[in-house]
Ligand binder design. Structure first.
Ligand SMILES: [Zn+2]
Length: 492
């Protein structure tokens, strides 16, 4: 069965990302996959309307990866899809798979990324230091024993199994206790049944007892920010939004580089992986225990800090700071909130880069990254968004990169102590924006060099995007298309 599964993955990648010319050479694979698609598993046959939560420890270095089971839980209603049990989104570094034990049939899968997977690219991991992180996958609750598999992409982007364990859903080894907590749960937007909608859960971190009102104000603000941004603006009716008023012992979150330590309930911390503005949390079990009462598809932690920071890991978690402590947060946090959700909800890559970094280890140039919005043009010289390209456009697309890089370099070298600092900064920003707002490239989809942290060899779909520039600009057409596909996955 696993062999067939690999063929299926190959075909999915072909269908989504290869050029039409190359597609014609893959007829055999497509025929094989069609047979598999007709045998679509039925939700009622295999699953109950409950959630199977599998917690495990993910350990190792950059080169080694070890999984060990922590605990299997039965949780509340299943909020995810009942119609697309075999997911064809092709997103994520890892894939969780459930196989029926009796027939070996694949009955459910979904892609995801993990903090461990990202940590593997850090110097600490490359230097052979071992670390352990706690992770959770959530699946529909099977009626009969299943084999649970975690697969990871190989260099050709096919998912290959790297860990498996068996789960008997009716055994005493499944923890069925219902978690309790004292925190208030609010359904901020109610558009219908969880399994027919995208259920977004936002939890507060670093809010002290006397800051509940602030949490409510912040939630209201960021829900508005999200649903003012296309394509979310036209898909609001496809979402339910929940929030949990988690109360922390102290206001704020940890900032190790400033020796600031707070008793915040969900463990969000600045300087994750020792990066200044990167905010993640290692308190996965605690977060999942609290969240378990709500049916959720996507998880967001809004942390109470005026200092810029955030993070987003696909199908895992997003974090964002709340902005200025006054009532109205600044636009920087509005930008971050939607940008990080682009990572965590739709698996979008960062499209920005620094001209000083020509190449990096994150995306080797001889491999095609799986992320939907960056390409190294490894497949027939075509981007994976070939079906959205503006006709007649040159690939790569000329966009004034040399001038942009030189202006960006000057802006980076500006110092607060410079004479006329503010004036110079403003003038540079205006010149940079003039390039990014060029009329002839508005709404155009091509291949713009510079993306995925690399100045050369990696291309993004449009001149500007919420994943490219630190501004409240809209997502580019390719990112919008991906977000819509993910929304459709949950609701259709
Ligand atoms: Zn984009």
């Amino acid at each position: 069965m696993l062999d067939l599964r690999q063929a299926f993955n190959k075909r999915s990648y072909v269908e989504h990302f290869m050029s039409e010319k190359a597609m014609k050479n893959c007829t055999a694979l497509v025929l094989l996959a069609s047979t598999l698609l007709f045998a679509k598993p039925q939700f009622e046959k295999y699953f109950e309307n409950k959630t199977l939560r599998i917690d495990y420890f993910h350990s190792g270095t950059a080169q080694t990866e070890i999984f060990s089971l922590d605990q299997v839980y039965e949780e509340g209603e299943w909020p995810g899809t009942r119609n697309q049990l075999i997911n064809n989104l092709q997103l994520g570094l890892y894939e969780a798979q459930l196989y029926d034990m009796e027939t070996s049939e694949l009955i459910f899968n979904y892609g995801f990324c993990s903090i461990f997977g990202e940590w593997q690219t850090t110097g600490e991991a490359i230097n052979g230091i071992y670390r352990t992180m706690h992770e959770t996958v959530r699946l529909p609750f099977p009626k009969k024993p299943v084999k649970f598999v975690i697969a990871k992409r190989d260099t050709n982007n096919n998912f290959m199994p790297i860990w498996s364990t068996s789960v008997d859903p009716n055994s005493r080894f499944v923890n069925r206790e219902k978690k309790q907590h004292p925190f208030k749960i609010i359904k901020d937007i109610d558009n219908g049944l969880p399994f027919e909608k995208v259920d977004l859960l936002i939890m507060g971190d670093g809010y002290a007892k006397n800051e509940r009102k602030k949490f409510r104000r912040d939630i209201k603000h960021y829900i508005n920010v999200l649903f003012e941004s296309p394509p979310f603006s036209s898909r609001k009716q496809d979402f339910n939004v929940w929030s949990i008023e988690v109360i922390s012992g102290q206001s704020g979150i940890d900032e190790p580089r400033r020796n600031i330590w707070k008793d915040n309930a969900l463990g969000s911390t600045f300087n994750s992986f020792d990066i200044e503005r990167y905010v993640l949390t290692m308190e996965n079990r605690r977060i999942r225990d609290i969240a378990s009462i709500v049916p959720y598809d996507a998880l967001y932690i809004l942390f109470n800090a005026s200092r810029y920071g955030g993070g987003g890991i696909y199908n895992c978690i997003a974090t964002c700071y709340t902005g200025q402590p006054e009532n109205a947060p600044d636009w920087w946090s509005d930008y971050v909130f939607v940008h990080e959700f682009g990572h965590s909800f739709a698996g979008l890559a960062d499209e920005y880069y620094s001209a000083e970094v020509a190449y990096n280890d994150m995306y080797p140039l001889h491999l095609e990254p799986w992320e939907p919005n960056i390409t190294t043009l490894q497949m027939d010289g075509q981007p994976k968004w070939y079906n959205l390209l503006t006709p007649g456009l040159a690939i790569p697309t000329d966009w004034g990169k040399v001038t942009f890089d030189s202006l960006s370099g000057v802006r980076r070298s500006l110092s607060h102590s410079d004479a006329d600092y503010a004036k110079k900064k403003e003038s540079l920003a205006a010149q940079i924006n003039a390039i990014l707002d060029a009329d002839e490239l508005k709404g155009v989809v091509g291949c713009f060099e510079g993306g995925g942290y690399s100045s050369e060899g990696i291309y993004r779909p449009s001149i500007n995007c919420r994943m490219f520039s630190k501004s409240v600009v809209e997502f580019c057409p390719v990112c919008q298309n991906t977000i819509e596909r993910v929304i459709d996955y949950y609701i259709k």
